[in-house]
Design a binder for this molecule. Structure first.
Ligand SMILES: Cc1ncc(COP(=O)(O)O)c(C=O)c1O
Length: 334
């Protein structure tokens, strides 16, 4: 078969949705990036630098990320950045023989593996949303979001340790770390076969700037830096990320709001008899049988509320208070 035909057979097209009404489908932050910080970023942009191939990562940003991580045992050689966490995931897939993931999980793991034409293995999570017992080898790379997407639940530390002890390389995807507050970064002290990936897209309201980072052993970071594109994150995006980290207090208050709203939504939905997972991310996940799910989706759609449909249920991003109220009112009336 012709090469382009082969790609079209295995890879999914990226589709963008028209955005109108209440958009709660992509786990974005309900708050815009603060206006005063946008001004701060533009004050710092040096026009001379725009014409250069700017360092990626820039050392100042790495220093800020290391400060945010606040782990004395980590140094510059343990961190790198990507054009979103997605690029880090994408590039890492090229560094191993086989990609492994446990659905229901972040849908891009499969999308990327198929687009790249790499070997992959998907094994569903066990009863109770636990990591399945699977035999893995040195050439395998496992992708595990923690908190998980779409369920939002957290894998216990012992499960992560057990997975690491199998010897495969493990990428812990902590895209939603800030909404949970607990990290496995300290496991890097014990395990060389671990990388922790994070993003500025969620807690820091910067999805459009495309910036993520990865923390791992020197060995992994060295290899990653050889495979990724040389100037992968733009000069301006790096300033955005640094400015965000210099104003943590603004984001911490917003995170507290999202967490409060998430808990309120979980509680209200449970009161109405819905089966809701224990999400610790910035979304809630409702497990629904097919027929009931279709009814819920139709009701939301009719009221111009866009959420994400999964085989196992629906995922709803925590939005502004009035958006969450609307969702609760609609689903509460079912
Ligand atoms: C688990 C997980 N990882 C990574 C990403 C992508 O992050 P980024 O915007 O930094 O590419 C997402 C986005 O939804 C996600 O849910």
């Amino acid at each position: 078969m012709r090469p382009l035909e082969l790609i079209k057979r295995r890879a999914y097209p990226y589709e963008t949705e028209e955005r109108e009404g209440t958009y709660l489908a992509l786990n974005e932050n309900p708050f815009p990036f603060p206006e005063e910080l946008v001004e701060e970023v533009f004050r710092r942009v040096e026009t001379e630098k725009l014409k250069t191939y700017y360092d990626s990562p820039n050392r100042e940003l790495l220093r800020a990320i290391l400060g945010y991580l606040d782990r004395g045992f980590l140094s510059f050689e343990n961190v790198s950045i990507g054009n979103g966490a997605d690029e880090i995931i994408y590039v890492t897939m090229l560094m191993f023989d086989r990609v492994v993931f446990f659905p229901p999980t972040y849908s891009c793991y499969k999308v990327f593996a198929k687009a790249l034409g790499v070997k992959y293995l998907e094994i569903p999570l066990k009863e109770g949303l636990k990591v399945p017992d699977v035999t893995l080898g040195e050439g395998d790379v496992v992708f595990l979001p923690n908190p998980n997407n779409p369920t939002g639940h957290v894998f216990e530390r012992e499960e992560v340790v057990k997975l690491l002890e199998k010897g495969a390389f493990v990428v812990l995807d902590e895209a939603y770390y800030e909404f949970h507050g607990e990290s496995c970064v300290d496991l890097l002290k014990r395990f060389e076969n671990l990388a922790v990936v994070r993003t500025f897209s969620k807690a820091f309201s910067l999805a459009a700037q495309r910036i993520g980072y990865v923390v791992s052993s020197r060995d992994f970071i060295d290899a990653y830096n050889r495979v990724r594109l040389p100037f992968n994150v733009s000069y301006v995006s790096q300033i955005f990320a640094k400015v965000a980290l210099e104003h943590l207090e603004i984001f911490e208050e917003r995170i507290r709001f999202v967490v409060r709203e998430r808990e309120r939504m979980k509680e209200r939905l449970r009161e109405k008899g819905f089966n809701v997972t224990d999400s610790r991310a910035n979304f809630v996940f409702i497990t629904l049988a097919e027929e009931e799910k279709e009814r819920a989706l139709e009701l939301l759609r009719k009221n111009r509320v866009v959420v994400r449909n999964f085989k196992e249920g629906i995922r709803i991003t925590v939005g502004k208070k009035e958006e969450n109220d609307l969702v609760l009112e609609l689903l509460g009336g079912m």
